[in-house]
Design a protein. Structure first.
Length: 153
């Protein structure tokens, strides 16, 4: 560890890079702290009927959008994913579901999206969801509290 600090002091760009990586790691965890303290939904996995509905609603295509490439073109092996992760208190409901390819589902992991990212997803969904289908994401559905101690992290 001392070697890294000495090298960072000798090379200002390396110190700046380490600082940026630390800031990025902290900022990425803020949404989880803000929105991730709800009790877990007792149902972990989507029902088959819900998964079919989520995939049909997305046009059987991955819903991930990149800044440069637009919407992912993957149509095979799609998975129903929680927009707001189950591990962070997200509900297992169609309103909190999205279709992702395995690559983007793994990359997203248990990351909690910022509110601006949810609004951007809702705007994009309007272009490919069936007419009349709600595009809003519901982080925590009204549900009875599970039996047992609350989930704290």
């Amino acid at each position: 560890m001392d070697g890294i600090l000495e090298q960072a002091a000798a090379e200002p760009w390396l110190g700046a890079l380490v600082g940026l990586l630390l800031v990025h790691a902290v900022v990425r965890r803020i949404p989880g702290l803000l929105h991730g303290r709800s009790r877990r939904d007792p149902q972990r996995c989507f029902l088959r009927a819900d998964k079919r509905l989520i995939l049909r609603r997305a046009g059987h295509r991955c819903e991930h959008h990149s800044w440069l490439g637009g919407r992912c073109g993957a149509t095979e092996d799609l998975q129903a994913d929680h927009v707001h992760p189950h591990s962070r208190g997200g509900s297992t409901s169609v309103a909190n579901g999205q279709a992702l390819c395995p690559r983007h589902n793994t990359r997203k992991a248990a990351r909690v999206l910022w509110d601006w990212e949810l609004r951007r997803l809702e705007r994009r969904r309007a272009a490919y969801f069936p007419a009349g289908a709600p595009t809003a994401v519901v982080r925590h559905a009204d549900r009875p509290a599970p039996i047992g101690p609350p989930y704290l992290g």
